[in-house]
Design a protein around this ligand. Sequence first.
Ligand code: WAQ
Ligand code: MG
Length: 251
Amino acid sequence: MHSSTDGEHISGAEAICGVHELESLTGQLFRRALEHEKGAAESIRISVDLVPAESIEYAQLPPLRTHLVGDYHEGREVAQKLLETAGVCAAACRRAMSILAQGAAPDGRSMRGAMLVDSETGERLERDQARGVRVSRMDLTAPAREKLQEALLIHGLDNPHVREALVLAGKVLCAPGMVAELCWSDDPMYTAGYVAAPGVGYVRFPHLKPVGEKRGGRAFFFRKENFDLQLVTEYLEKTVVLFDRIGRIDG
Ligand code: WAQ
Ligand code: MG
């Protein structure tokens, strides 16, 4: 589902379900688009594709932990350090962060998808800088969802932001040539964000932007050597990944 008002991205969501669940799922997606904190969307697009069972890849979610920070300045500083540890060059990281902070789309608003960034130079690699690349076709199996909700609940973290971001990051981490991901929400009151990287897992920061800020976004950092835009885009947009195992949840 993708919803917008006046061309501005309001919200999006991805799901994989059985045919008999389609009706209730689309109902939920409409409700999300219409009850968003940014206001009811004026345009809603829902597209549905058949997924052959044999094309599904099964995977495990990355481990999750929270790094407490006092404010978003500290959050961005620690996130920067963590991205560097994961293999992103300091300058590339600073550049991506400042682009996200200024609104990564050419009109200074949030992009609908993610930017792809060269982890050494900070150069943007995606073809369309307004749309970006939208990660799609990923979800949890029903038993994994139940386990995840249970584990998150213990830490007071069982909300759709965390669940969906963890699933998205889980798929992104499996992309070829992937170094790390940086994200913070575009929902004005949701100040949290995260850094995810292979070997690091999913590290949340309660503050990566000031309250009220509606510019959010995602940067996926890639090693430029052997980078294949076609292959990476195809994987992120089309490969079907279902998480049937969760990772360690540390709160
Ligand atoms: N693929 C690529 N980029 C996306 C996608 C997607 N499927 N969905 C959203 N984005 C980009 C887009 O630029 C949005 O403006 C931006 O990410 C933020 O999306 O652990 O809520 O759905 O507490 O607002 C992270 C912290 C929450 C969760 C992320 O993102 C936690 C969040 P939002
Ligand atoms: Mg949002």
